[in-house]
Write a protein of this length. Structure first.
Length: 245
DNA sequence: CCCCGAATAT
DNA sequence: AATATTCGGG
């Protein structure tokens, strides 16, 4: 019933104020709701205060008072949020090693630029519960629709360097929700593409717009747009159709 | 055959 | 109304 505009909320944590401001500004300009914290303490405060409201955390690795990864673990464990790390020395030892479920931990190299952040919404989205829109095609009502969680896989590109990989793939994963003892609320956005119609979220639309701008009006054809957007599971037809509107 | 934009269908 | 699918042409 309630499927409307989505605003992703991001908590940015860094002890360096200028960095905080930069990231914050970039994200804000894309309709993200941005909260900031300049210390672990403040971050935790905000985390608790906005519990259930946040979608993503972006944090500097080196924070005083705690080891970066404990912090990350803590956030993931307690708040079940995707965490993206930032630092000036990505690729260092623990960064990549100390991660069991670090699948969602993108690591960004400072200085952060807009390009680095353009994909973060995917992480937030992936972590959110997807609300599938199932539509039945046939008239038989005997339907057992238990699993309708459609999940798009996340395509992580190399940090801060543009790699042009040609990849066009379509892949769906089904994932069972394994939550039983957690109060869970707040949900809205999702993007699906299995059976149901896809949904153009505002983030998706932003990406779309950005792509067109980057290409120029005359060069903005579906194929190019699709490539620039680089969203897995998005088809050329999707883009073409959207282009008409 | 690939891909576009427009038209049309759901 | 928003997306998908089909159509005609380059």
């Amino acid at each position: 019933m309630a499927n409307e505009k989505v605003t992703l909320t991001v908590l940015v944590v860094d002890e360096d104020d200028s960095s905080l401001t930069i990231v914050s500004n970039i994200l804000s300009s894309w309709d993200y709701k941005v909260l900031t914290a300049n210390s672990v303490d403040n971050a935790l405060k905000t985390l608790r205060e906005y519990e259930g409201f946040l979608d993503l955390v972006i944090t500097e690795v080196h924070m005083s008072g705690i080891k970066g990864y404990e912090f990350q673990q803590c956030i993931k464990d307690e708040f079940k949020l995707p965490v993206i790390m930032m630092s000036t020395d990505a690729g260092k030892k623990e960064v990549t090693s100390n991660s069991e479920e670090n699948k969602e931990a993108l690591h960004l190299l400072k200085p952060i630029c807009a390009d680095d952040l353009k994909d973060v919404w995917k992480y937030a989205m992936a972590a959110k519960e997807k609300k599938p829109v199932i539509q039945n095609e046939s008239s038989s009502e005997e339907e057992s629709s238990a699993e309708k969680i459609i999940n798009q896989d996340i395509d992580s590109s190399a940090p801060s360097t543009v790699t042009h990989e040609k990849k066009r793939k379509r892949k769906y994963n089904r994932r069972r929700s394994i939550e039983m003892n957690n109060e869970n609320h707040s949900e809205d956005s999702y993007r699906v593409q299995k059976k149901p119609k896809m949904v153009w979220t505002t983030q998706l639309h932003n990406l779309f717009m950005t792509a067109i701008k980057k290409l120029g009006y005359d060069k903005a054809v579906p194929k190019s747009i699709l490539e620039v957007m680089n969203v897995p599971s998005l088809t050329r037809e999707n883009v073409a159709s959207h282009l008409q509107v």
